[in-house]
Design a protein around this ligand. Structure first.
Ligand SMILES: [Zn+2]
Length: 464
Protein backbone atom coordinates (compact mmCIF):
# COMPACT_ATOMS: atom_id res chain seq x y z
CA UNK A 1 0.00 0.00 0.00
CA UNK A 2 2.89 2.33 0.78
CA UNK A 3 3.87 2.09 -2.85
CA UNK A 4 0.51 3.52 -3.95
CA UNK A 5 0.91 6.48 -1.62
CA UNK A 6 4.35 7.37 -2.96
CA UNK A 7 4.58 10.35 -5.26
CA UNK A 8 4.56 9.01 -8.78
CA UNK A 9 7.92 9.21 -10.46
CA UNK A 10 8.25 8.56 -14.14
CA UNK A 11 11.08 6.05 -13.63
CA UNK A 12 8.78 3.48 -12.07
CA UNK A 13 5.01 3.65 -12.24
CA UNK A 14 2.65 0.94 -11.06
CA UNK A 15 -0.63 0.91 -13.02
CA UNK A 16 -3.92 -0.19 -11.39
CA UNK A 17 -3.80 -3.62 -13.07
CA UNK A 18 -0.27 -4.27 -11.78
CA UNK A 19 1.64 -3.38 -14.94
CA UNK A 20 4.86 -1.63 -14.00
CA UNK A 21 6.16 0.98 -16.44
CA UNK A 22 9.79 1.93 -16.16
CA UNK A 23 11.93 4.59 -17.77
CA UNK A 24 15.70 4.44 -17.63
CA UNK A 25 17.00 7.86 -16.47
CA UNK A 26 20.26 7.47 -18.42
CA UNK A 27 19.18 5.89 -21.70
CA UNK A 28 15.49 6.76 -21.93
CA UNK A 29 14.71 3.05 -22.50
CA UNK A 30 11.03 2.33 -21.83
CA UNK A 31 10.26 -0.99 -20.20
CA UNK A 32 7.01 -2.62 -19.11
CA UNK A 33 6.60 -5.51 -16.71
CA UNK A 34 3.22 -7.13 -17.33
CA UNK A 35 1.80 -9.11 -14.38
CA UNK A 36 0.62 -12.14 -16.36
CA UNK A 37 4.11 -12.69 -17.77
CA UNK A 38 5.97 -12.12 -14.54
CA UNK A 39 6.06 -15.59 -13.07
CA UNK A 40 7.52 -17.65 -15.84
CA UNK A 41 10.13 -20.00 -14.37
CA UNK A 42 13.78 -19.23 -14.96
CA UNK A 43 14.87 -21.49 -17.75
CA UNK A 44 17.85 -23.19 -16.18
CA UNK A 45 16.43 -23.92 -12.77
CA UNK A 46 16.13 -27.62 -12.11
CA UNK A 47 18.33 -28.77 -15.02
CA UNK A 48 19.54 -32.19 -13.83
CA UNK A 49 22.72 -32.30 -15.95
CA UNK A 50 24.72 -35.29 -17.26
CA UNK A 51 27.56 -37.09 -15.44
CA UNK A 52 31.06 -35.68 -16.03
CA UNK A 53 33.68 -37.78 -17.79
CA UNK A 54 36.78 -37.86 -15.50
CA UNK A 55 38.97 -38.54 -18.56
CA UNK A 56 38.22 -35.02 -19.78
CA UNK A 57 39.32 -33.35 -16.56
CA UNK A 58 41.30 -30.21 -17.41
CA UNK A 59 40.33 -30.51 -21.08
CA UNK A 60 36.61 -29.76 -21.30
CA UNK A 61 37.21 -26.70 -23.50
CA UNK A 62 40.02 -24.58 -24.97
CA UNK A 63 40.09 -22.44 -21.78
CA UNK A 64 40.81 -25.41 -19.51
CA UNK A 65 44.19 -25.78 -17.82
CA UNK A 66 45.23 -28.84 -19.84
CA UNK A 67 44.86 -27.06 -23.18
CA UNK A 68 47.05 -23.97 -22.80
CA UNK A 69 48.35 -24.10 -26.37
CA UNK A 70 44.87 -23.60 -27.79
CA UNK A 71 44.76 -19.96 -26.71
CA UNK A 72 47.25 -17.34 -27.99
CA UNK A 73 50.38 -16.70 -25.85
CA UNK A 74 49.35 -15.52 -22.41
CA UNK A 75 50.04 -11.98 -21.25
CA UNK A 76 49.99 -12.67 -17.53
CA UNK A 77 48.87 -15.19 -14.93
CA UNK A 78 47.90 -14.86 -11.31
CA UNK A 79 49.24 -17.52 -8.99
CA UNK A 80 48.70 -18.11 -5.30
CA UNK A 81 51.88 -18.66 -3.32
CA UNK A 82 52.61 -19.26 0.34
CA UNK A 83 53.18 -15.54 0.76
CA UNK A 84 50.19 -14.26 -1.23
CA UNK A 85 49.08 -13.63 -4.78
CA UNK A 86 51.59 -12.96 -7.50
CA UNK A 87 51.24 -11.80 -11.11
CA UNK A 88 53.66 -13.57 -13.46
CA UNK A 89 54.47 -12.09 -16.85
CA UNK A 90 56.79 -12.96 -19.69
CA UNK A 91 56.67 -16.75 -19.36
CA UNK A 92 58.05 -18.77 -22.27
CA UNK A 93 56.06 -21.60 -23.83
CA UNK A 94 58.26 -24.08 -21.94
CA UNK A 95 57.30 -22.55 -18.59
CA UNK A 96 53.52 -22.60 -19.07
CA UNK A 97 52.93 -25.78 -17.08
CA UNK A 98 55.46 -25.00 -14.31
CA UNK A 99 53.13 -23.01 -12.07
CA UNK A 100 49.50 -23.53 -11.13
CA UNK A 101 47.56 -20.44 -12.13
CA UNK A 102 44.24 -19.25 -10.73
CA UNK A 103 43.59 -16.69 -13.48
CA UNK A 104 45.16 -16.19 -16.90
CA UNK A 105 45.13 -13.16 -19.13
CA UNK A 106 45.21 -14.10 -22.81
CA UNK A 107 44.44 -12.35 -26.12
CA UNK A 108 41.14 -13.25 -27.73
CA UNK A 109 41.73 -15.36 -30.83
CA UNK A 110 39.08 -13.45 -32.78
CA UNK A 111 39.29 -9.78 -31.89
CA UNK A 112 36.23 -7.53 -32.09
CA UNK A 113 38.57 -4.65 -32.92
CA UNK A 114 41.67 -6.06 -34.63
CA UNK A 115 45.34 -5.10 -34.37
CA UNK A 116 45.04 -4.27 -38.06
CA UNK A 117 42.43 -1.62 -37.19
CA UNK A 118 44.84 0.21 -34.89
CA UNK A 119 47.75 -0.23 -37.29
CA UNK A 120 45.94 0.99 -40.43
CA UNK A 121 43.85 3.76 -38.85
CA UNK A 122 46.34 5.13 -36.33
CA UNK A 123 49.77 3.94 -37.51
CA UNK A 124 49.96 2.10 -34.21
CA UNK A 125 52.91 -0.24 -33.86
CA UNK A 126 54.03 -2.61 -31.14
CA UNK A 127 55.61 -0.57 -28.34
CA UNK A 128 59.25 -1.64 -27.71
CA UNK A 129 58.42 -3.60 -24.53
CA UNK A 130 55.77 -5.67 -26.34
CA UNK A 131 58.04 -6.17 -29.36
CA UNK A 132 60.69 -7.54 -26.99
CA UNK A 133 58.12 -9.86 -25.44
CA UNK A 134 57.10 -11.11 -28.88
CA UNK A 135 60.72 -11.68 -29.91
CA UNK A 136 61.54 -13.62 -26.77
CA UNK A 137 58.42 -15.82 -27.02
CA UNK A 138 59.23 -16.64 -30.64
CA UNK A 139 62.90 -17.30 -29.82
CA UNK A 140 62.10 -20.72 -28.34
CA UNK A 141 61.05 -23.48 -30.79
CA UNK A 142 57.99 -24.37 -28.70
CA UNK A 143 56.83 -20.75 -28.56
CA UNK A 144 57.35 -20.31 -32.30
CA UNK A 145 55.41 -23.53 -33.01
CA UNK A 146 52.63 -22.41 -30.66
CA UNK A 147 52.24 -19.03 -32.39
CA UNK A 148 52.30 -20.50 -35.91
CA UNK A 149 49.78 -23.20 -34.95
CA UNK A 150 47.42 -20.61 -33.53
CA UNK A 151 47.76 -18.40 -36.63
CA UNK A 152 47.01 -21.41 -38.85
CA UNK A 153 44.01 -22.37 -36.74
CA UNK A 154 42.69 -18.83 -36.88
CA UNK A 155 43.07 -18.69 -40.68
CA UNK A 156 41.24 -22.00 -41.10
CA UNK A 157 38.43 -20.96 -38.78
CA UNK A 158 38.13 -17.69 -40.70
CA UNK A 159 37.39 -19.67 -43.86
CA UNK A 160 40.85 -19.66 -45.52
CA UNK A 161 41.42 -22.95 -47.35
CA UNK A 162 44.18 -25.30 -46.18
CA UNK A 163 46.32 -24.88 -49.32
CA UNK A 164 46.41 -21.10 -48.87
CA UNK A 165 47.31 -21.50 -45.20
CA UNK A 166 50.22 -23.77 -46.15
CA UNK A 167 51.37 -21.39 -48.89
CA UNK A 168 51.35 -18.28 -46.69
CA UNK A 169 54.97 -17.26 -45.92
CA UNK A 170 56.06 -17.65 -42.28
CA UNK A 171 57.11 -13.98 -42.16
CA UNK A 172 53.57 -12.95 -42.95
CA UNK A 173 52.18 -15.28 -40.30
CA UNK A 174 54.59 -13.91 -37.72
CA UNK A 175 53.50 -10.38 -38.62
CA UNK A 176 49.88 -11.41 -38.03
CA UNK A 177 50.97 -12.53 -34.57
CA UNK A 178 51.35 -8.87 -33.53
CA UNK A 179 47.65 -9.18 -32.62
CA UNK A 180 48.61 -11.54 -29.79
CA UNK A 181 51.16 -9.18 -28.26
CA UNK A 182 49.71 -5.72 -28.87
CA UNK A 183 46.02 -6.28 -29.55
CA UNK A 184 43.29 -4.75 -27.43
CA UNK A 185 40.85 -7.64 -26.96
CA UNK A 186 41.75 -9.79 -24.00
CA UNK A 187 40.25 -12.48 -21.83
CA UNK A 188 40.65 -13.13 -18.13
CA UNK A 189 40.08 -16.85 -17.65
CA UNK A 190 39.38 -18.56 -14.34
CA UNK A 191 41.02 -21.90 -13.63
CA UNK A 192 37.94 -24.00 -13.01
CA UNK A 193 35.46 -25.09 -15.64
CA UNK A 194 33.36 -26.97 -13.08
CA UNK A 195 33.38 -26.60 -9.30
CA UNK A 196 35.93 -28.84 -7.58
CA UNK A 197 33.38 -31.32 -6.27
CA UNK A 198 31.39 -31.47 -9.54
CA UNK A 199 29.98 -34.76 -10.74
CA UNK A 200 27.51 -33.32 -13.30
CA UNK A 201 27.98 -30.97 -16.22
CA UNK A 202 25.57 -28.41 -14.78
CA UNK A 203 27.88 -27.71 -11.83
CA UNK A 204 29.74 -24.95 -13.62
CA UNK A 205 32.17 -22.73 -11.74
CA UNK A 206 30.42 -19.36 -11.96
CA UNK A 207 31.56 -16.09 -10.35
CA UNK A 208 29.38 -16.93 -7.37
CA UNK A 209 31.18 -20.24 -6.83
CA UNK A 210 34.45 -18.48 -5.98
CA UNK A 211 35.53 -17.56 -2.50
CA UNK A 212 35.32 -13.85 -1.65
CA UNK A 213 39.12 -13.65 -1.88
CA UNK A 214 39.25 -15.33 -5.30
CA UNK A 215 36.58 -12.98 -6.59
CA UNK A 216 38.48 -9.96 -5.30
CA UNK A 217 41.63 -11.21 -7.03
CA UNK A 218 39.62 -11.81 -10.23
CA UNK A 219 38.51 -8.15 -10.12
CA UNK A 220 41.97 -6.87 -9.24
CA UNK A 221 43.65 -8.88 -12.00
CA UNK A 222 41.06 -7.70 -14.54
CA UNK A 223 41.66 -4.08 -13.51
CA UNK A 224 45.43 -4.60 -13.90
CA UNK A 225 44.78 -5.68 -17.49
CA UNK A 226 42.41 -2.76 -18.05
CA UNK A 227 45.01 -0.25 -17.00
CA UNK A 228 47.69 -2.02 -19.01
CA UNK A 229 45.63 -1.73 -22.21
CA UNK A 230 45.27 2.03 -21.79
CA UNK A 231 48.99 2.36 -21.12
CA UNK A 232 50.11 0.30 -24.11
CA UNK A 233 47.95 2.01 -26.75
CA UNK A 234 47.45 5.76 -26.48
CA UNK A 235 44.72 5.76 -29.14
CA UNK A 236 42.38 3.76 -26.93
CA UNK A 237 39.57 5.96 -25.61
CA UNK A 238 37.56 3.32 -23.81
CA UNK A 239 37.94 -0.30 -22.81
CA UNK A 240 34.68 -2.17 -22.43
CA UNK A 241 34.76 -4.78 -19.65
CA UNK A 242 32.14 -7.51 -19.53
CA UNK A 243 31.44 -11.11 -18.71
CA UNK A 244 29.05 -13.18 -20.79
CA UNK A 245 27.80 -16.20 -18.89
CA UNK A 246 26.28 -19.20 -20.66
CA UNK A 247 25.27 -19.51 -24.30
CA UNK A 248 22.10 -17.40 -23.94
CA UNK A 249 24.33 -14.70 -22.43
CA UNK A 250 26.49 -14.72 -25.58
CA UNK A 251 29.35 -16.87 -24.23
CA UNK A 252 31.07 -19.19 -26.72
CA UNK A 253 32.44 -21.33 -23.85
CA UNK A 254 30.70 -22.10 -20.58
CA UNK A 255 34.07 -21.68 -18.87
CA UNK A 256 34.08 -18.47 -16.81
CA UNK A 257 35.93 -15.53 -18.36
CA UNK A 258 35.79 -11.76 -18.58
CA UNK A 259 36.51 -9.81 -21.73
CA UNK A 260 38.21 -6.46 -22.27
CA UNK A 261 37.74 -4.74 -25.61
CA UNK A 262 39.57 -1.51 -26.48
CA UNK A 263 37.88 0.98 -28.80
CA UNK A 264 38.81 4.38 -30.25
CA UNK A 265 35.56 6.04 -29.14
CA UNK A 266 33.82 6.44 -25.84
CA UNK A 267 30.87 4.52 -27.27
CA UNK A 268 27.33 5.77 -27.92
CA UNK A 269 26.09 4.82 -24.44
CA UNK A 270 28.85 6.81 -22.74
CA UNK A 271 28.33 9.82 -25.02
CA UNK A 272 24.63 9.86 -24.15
CA UNK A 273 25.37 9.42 -20.47
CA UNK A 274 27.97 12.20 -20.41
CA UNK A 275 25.35 14.62 -21.79
CA UNK A 276 22.90 13.59 -19.08
CA UNK A 277 25.56 13.97 -16.38
CA UNK A 278 26.48 17.45 -17.60
CA UNK A 279 22.86 18.50 -17.07
CA UNK A 280 22.76 16.98 -13.57
CA UNK A 281 26.14 15.97 -12.13
CA UNK A 282 24.41 14.29 -9.18
CA UNK A 283 22.18 12.11 -11.35
CA UNK A 284 23.67 8.80 -10.16
CA UNK A 285 22.60 9.70 -6.64
CA UNK A 286 19.37 11.52 -7.51
CA UNK A 287 17.89 9.23 -10.10
CA UNK A 288 19.58 5.91 -9.42
CA UNK A 289 20.63 5.17 -5.82
CA UNK A 290 18.48 7.70 -3.91
CA UNK A 291 15.46 6.76 -6.01
CA UNK A 292 16.11 3.03 -5.53
CA UNK A 293 16.38 3.59 -1.77
CA UNK A 294 13.14 5.55 -1.72
CA UNK A 295 11.38 2.71 -3.53
CA UNK A 296 12.87 -0.04 -1.33
CA UNK A 297 14.84 -1.55 -4.20
CA UNK A 298 18.20 -1.48 -2.37
CA UNK A 299 18.95 -5.05 -1.28
CA UNK A 300 22.59 -4.97 -0.09
CA UNK A 301 25.13 -2.45 1.12
CA UNK A 302 28.57 -2.25 2.69
CA UNK A 303 30.86 0.67 3.52
CA UNK A 304 32.07 1.10 -0.04
CA UNK A 305 29.27 -0.10 -2.33
CA UNK A 306 25.51 -0.40 -2.63
CA UNK A 307 23.32 -2.78 -4.67
CA UNK A 308 19.75 -2.47 -5.88
CA UNK A 309 17.28 -3.98 -8.31
CA UNK A 310 17.62 -1.80 -11.41
CA UNK A 311 14.76 -0.23 -13.35
CA UNK A 312 14.37 0.70 -17.01
CA UNK A 313 16.45 -2.22 -18.31
CA UNK A 314 15.49 -4.60 -21.10
CA UNK A 315 16.55 -7.49 -18.88
CA UNK A 316 16.19 -7.94 -15.12
CA UNK A 317 19.27 -6.14 -13.81
CA UNK A 318 21.12 -6.12 -10.50
CA UNK A 319 23.14 -2.91 -10.12
CA UNK A 320 26.15 -2.44 -7.88
CA UNK A 321 27.52 1.08 -7.42
CA UNK A 322 30.87 2.00 -5.93
CA UNK A 323 30.57 4.80 -3.37
CA UNK A 324 34.19 5.84 -3.94
CA UNK A 325 35.24 9.41 -4.65
CA UNK A 326 37.34 7.98 -7.43
CA UNK A 327 35.73 7.34 -10.78
CA UNK A 328 38.15 4.82 -12.23
CA UNK A 329 38.34 1.24 -10.94
CA UNK A 330 42.16 1.31 -10.97
CA UNK A 331 42.19 4.29 -8.60
CA UNK A 332 40.07 2.51 -5.98
CA UNK A 333 41.74 1.66 -2.67
CA UNK A 334 42.04 -2.00 -1.67
CA UNK A 335 39.08 -1.61 0.72
CA UNK A 336 36.92 0.13 -1.87
CA UNK A 337 37.66 -2.51 -4.48
CA UNK A 338 36.85 -5.26 -1.99
CA UNK A 339 33.58 -3.51 -1.18
CA UNK A 340 32.48 -3.56 -4.83
CA UNK A 341 33.79 -7.08 -5.43
CA UNK A 342 31.99 -8.44 -2.35
CA UNK A 343 28.59 -7.18 -3.52
CA UNK A 344 29.08 -8.37 -7.11
CA UNK A 345 30.20 -11.77 -5.80
CA UNK A 346 27.17 -11.95 -3.51
CA UNK A 347 24.83 -11.20 -6.43
CA UNK A 348 26.33 -14.01 -8.51
CA UNK A 349 26.23 -16.39 -5.55
CA UNK A 350 22.57 -15.55 -4.92
CA UNK A 351 21.70 -16.14 -8.59
CA UNK A 352 23.53 -19.45 -8.76
CA UNK A 353 25.28 -20.73 -11.90
CA UNK A 354 22.11 -21.50 -13.90
CA UNK A 355 20.98 -18.04 -15.03
CA UNK A 356 22.55 -16.76 -18.26
CA UNK A 357 23.75 -13.20 -17.72
CA UNK A 358 25.97 -10.34 -18.79
CA UNK A 359 28.09 -8.59 -16.21
CA UNK A 360 28.87 -5.13 -17.57
CA UNK A 361 31.25 -2.62 -16.05
CA UNK A 362 30.53 1.06 -16.51
CA UNK A 363 33.09 3.67 -15.52
CA UNK A 364 34.20 7.13 -16.56
CA UNK A 365 36.05 7.12 -19.89
CA UNK A 366 39.49 8.56 -19.04
CA UNK A 367 39.00 11.56 -21.34
CA UNK A 368 35.50 12.44 -20.09
CA UNK A 369 35.37 15.75 -18.23
CA UNK A 370 32.53 14.86 -15.84
CA UNK A 371 32.75 12.71 -12.70
CA UNK A 372 30.96 9.35 -12.95
CA UNK A 373 30.92 6.51 -10.44
CA UNK A 374 32.06 2.97 -11.28
CA UNK A 375 29.07 0.65 -11.41
CA UNK A 376 28.53 -2.96 -12.40
CA UNK A 377 25.31 -4.25 -13.91
CA UNK A 378 24.35 -7.92 -13.95
CA UNK A 379 21.69 -8.48 -16.60
CA UNK A 380 19.74 -11.73 -16.55
CA UNK A 381 19.31 -12.96 -20.11
CA UNK A 382 16.10 -14.79 -19.41
CA UNK A 383 14.02 -13.42 -22.29
CA UNK A 384 14.52 -12.42 -25.90
CA UNK A 385 13.26 -9.08 -27.22
CA UNK A 386 11.03 -9.84 -30.22
CA UNK A 387 8.61 -8.22 -32.67
CA UNK A 388 6.69 -6.23 -30.10
CA UNK A 389 9.88 -4.58 -28.93
CA UNK A 390 11.10 -3.96 -32.48
CA UNK A 391 7.84 -2.29 -33.44
CA UNK A 392 7.36 -0.10 -30.38
CA UNK A 393 10.77 0.27 -28.70
CA UNK A 394 8.91 -0.61 -25.52
CA UNK A 395 10.63 -3.57 -23.94
CA UNK A 396 8.80 -6.23 -21.95
CA UNK A 397 10.91 -7.29 -19.00
CA UNK A 398 9.39 -10.40 -17.47
CA UNK A 399 10.67 -9.72 -13.94
CA UNK A 400 9.86 -6.32 -12.41
CA UNK A 401 12.39 -4.72 -10.01
CA UNK A 402 10.51 -5.63 -6.82
CA UNK A 403 10.15 -9.26 -7.87
CA UNK A 404 13.84 -9.32 -8.79
CA UNK A 405 14.75 -7.95 -5.34
CA UNK A 406 12.53 -10.54 -3.65
CA UNK A 407 14.13 -13.31 -5.70
CA UNK A 408 17.68 -12.56 -4.53
CA UNK A 409 16.93 -11.48 -0.94
CA UNK A 410 16.26 -14.86 0.72
CA UNK A 411 19.30 -16.37 -0.99
CA UNK A 412 21.51 -13.51 0.22
CA UNK A 413 20.31 -13.94 3.80
CA UNK A 414 20.98 -17.68 3.63
CA UNK A 415 24.44 -17.31 2.04
CA UNK A 416 25.44 -14.71 4.62
CA UNK A 417 24.38 -16.93 7.50
CA UNK A 418 26.45 -19.75 5.98
CA UNK A 419 29.48 -17.43 5.68
CA UNK A 420 29.62 -17.95 1.91
CA UNK A 421 29.48 -14.25 1.09
CA UNK A 422 31.17 -11.33 2.82
CA UNK A 423 29.47 -9.60 5.75
CA UNK A 424 27.08 -6.95 4.43
CA UNK A 425 23.86 -5.21 5.30
CA UNK A 426 20.82 -6.71 3.63
CA UNK A 427 17.43 -5.09 2.79
CA UNK A 428 16.07 -3.07 5.74
CA UNK A 429 19.49 -3.16 7.46
CA UNK A 430 20.96 -1.00 4.68
CA UNK A 431 21.82 2.58 5.66
CA UNK A 432 20.58 4.08 2.39
CA UNK A 433 22.02 7.47 3.33
CA UNK A 434 20.94 9.97 0.64
CA UNK A 435 23.76 10.91 -1.74
CA UNK A 436 25.98 8.06 -0.53
CA UNK A 437 27.93 8.06 -3.82
CA UNK A 438 30.87 10.40 -3.29
CA UNK A 439 32.00 10.70 -6.93
CA UNK A 440 30.33 14.12 -7.15
CA UNK A 441 32.52 16.88 -5.58
CA UNK A 442 29.42 18.85 -4.48
CA UNK A 443 28.19 15.85 -2.51
CA UNK A 444 31.62 15.32 -0.95
CA UNK A 445 31.46 18.90 0.30
CA UNK A 446 28.04 18.12 1.77
CA UNK A 447 29.33 15.00 3.51
CA UNK A 448 32.27 16.83 5.06
CA UNK A 449 30.38 19.96 6.19
CA UNK A 450 30.04 20.12 9.94
CA UNK A 451 26.73 18.89 11.12
CA UNK A 452 23.99 20.09 8.86
CA UNK A 453 24.24 17.39 6.22
CA UNK A 454 26.12 14.82 8.29
CA UNK A 455 24.77 11.49 7.08
CA UNK A 456 23.16 9.26 9.68
CA UNK A 457 24.12 5.61 9.73
CA UNK A 458 21.37 3.04 10.25
CA UNK A 459 22.48 2.58 13.89
CA UNK A 460 22.43 6.30 14.57
CA UNK A 461 18.96 6.59 13.09
CA UNK A 462 17.55 3.78 15.21
CA UNK A 463 19.02 5.36 18.34
CA UNK A 464 17.14 8.61 17.80
ZN1 LIG B 1 37.02 -25.25 -19.80
Amino acid sequence: MMQDMMPIAAHLIRMRDGTIKQLNPFTGTEVWSVPSRGHRPLRHDGNAGSPLDPARDGAHCAFCHGRLFETPPEKARLVQTATGWETLKGLTADQLFDTEWVFRRVPNLFEIVSFDYWEKNYSYFLPPALQTRKDSYLAGPRGRRHVLDIIDARMVRSGVDEATVRATPIEKKLALANAFFGGGHELIIGRRHFIDSAICDNQLASSGAMTQEEHYQYFRFTIEALRDIYLSNRYVRYVAVFQNWLKEGGASFDHLHKQLVAIDERGAANEMEIRVVRANPNIYNDEAVNFAAQRNLVFAENEHAIAFAGFGHRFPTLEIYSKSERSQPWNHSVEELRGVSDLVHACHAAMGPGIPCNEEWHYKPPDADVPMPWRVQIKWRVSNPAGFEGGTLIYVNTIDPETLRDTVLPRLVQLRSEGRIAPMKIAAECDCVPNCLKYNPAVRLQHSSDGEFEPLSGEARSEQ
